[in-house]
Ligand binder design. Structure first.
Ligand SMILES: [Zn+2]
Length: 284
């Protein structure tokens, strides 16, 4: 059921669990994500990244996401991930996205506030939730997961508090040491949990962790315990889809592309199943 992201994340923050936010890049991944959320009776932030508009249009993502959300009982928010362009964000809202991210974290504090506030004013007038980012979650990925780039800059508590007060954003992506894409050395990153605790104790809105892929289960559990309410995952889904395709090739069943798609879907579902169980910190 299409549900407000603010409602989903406020509940998660109160009850201290995490909601997974996977990026769909086609009908199959969208369907995989929503089916697993429904099966586990878990809320989901079904996301589409502006950076993926060459793979699937905003209009297509809106139709797919709205349909999938309406076809299940579990709460689903339809979210625009890493929106950077105000006109594009307005278009997403007009097409039925009920949650948007404005990522102006690459700009100065003042410019980030200005751009975020502009989106918040518009989105709130349309009953749409807004996620913003402060500090910078760096990294790029060959798979074009999310558009951020460059070095990570940790979020400071003072700036985050002032930012939320001035922008009235509904949730805040913070930078505590994760990075987009896969980690070069394949090792889990070292995260600043002290900073996370300070942020969680000070910032009134739900906190978001970007770059969930490769962060490691122990780190993610600590992040949830430390106050993160939403975790973005993308790269591990593309890796899983590829694993499925490789399994189909290993079977020698190359006559049917359908088998490649079938096994890719199975692997994608396994990853989401794992993360939902991990982040709710209970056996579902
Ligand atoms: Zn991100």
């Amino acid at each position: 059921m299409l549900t407000s992201a603010k409602e989903i994340l406020t509940h998660a923050k109160e009850k201290k669990y995490g909601v997974v936010a996977p990026d769909l890049w086609d009908l199959n991944t969208g369907r995989d994500y929503v089916q697993i959320a429904e099966e586990l009776n878990a809320p989901l932030i079904l996301s589409f990244a502006e950076a993926h508009q060459h793979l699937i249009s905003l209009e297509e993502a809106a139709v797919i996401g709205s349909y999938l959300a309406s076809s299940v009982k579990t709460p689903i928010a339809l979210h625009l991930d890493h929106g950077t362009d105000f006109e594009y964000i307005k278009k997403a809202i007009s097409l039925g996205f009920n949650s948007v991210m404005i990522d102006a974290s690459m700009y100065s504090f003042e410019e980030n506030v200005r751009r975020t506030k502009e989106v918040v004013d518009y989105a709130h007038a349309h009953n749409v939730s807004v996620e913003a980012e402060i500090g910078h979650v760096g990294g790029t990925t060959e798979t074009l997961s999310e558009q951020s780039s460059g070095e990570s800059v940790y979020t400071t508590v003072e700036e985050a508090a002032a930012f939320i007060e001035q922008t009235k954003a509904d949730s805040l992506a913070v930078s505590i040491g994760t990075s987009h894409g896969v980690y070069k050395n394949q090792k889990n990153p070292t995260l600043n949990f002290d900073r996370l605790h300070e942020l969680a104790n000070t910032i009134p809105v739900p906190l978001v962790l970007h770059g969930g892929s490769g962060t490691g289960d122990d780190n993610l559990k600590k992040c949830i315990a430390g106050g993160i309410a939403k975790v973005n995952v993308f790269t591990e889904f593309t890796t899983a889809a590829l694993t499925g395709a490789q399994k189909a090739i290993a079977e020698g069943n190359l006559k049917s592309f359908m088998r490649v798609q079938e096994l890719a879907d199975i692997e994608v579902k396994k990853v989401l199943h794992h993360y939902i169980k991990l982040l709710t910190l209970k056996e579902i």
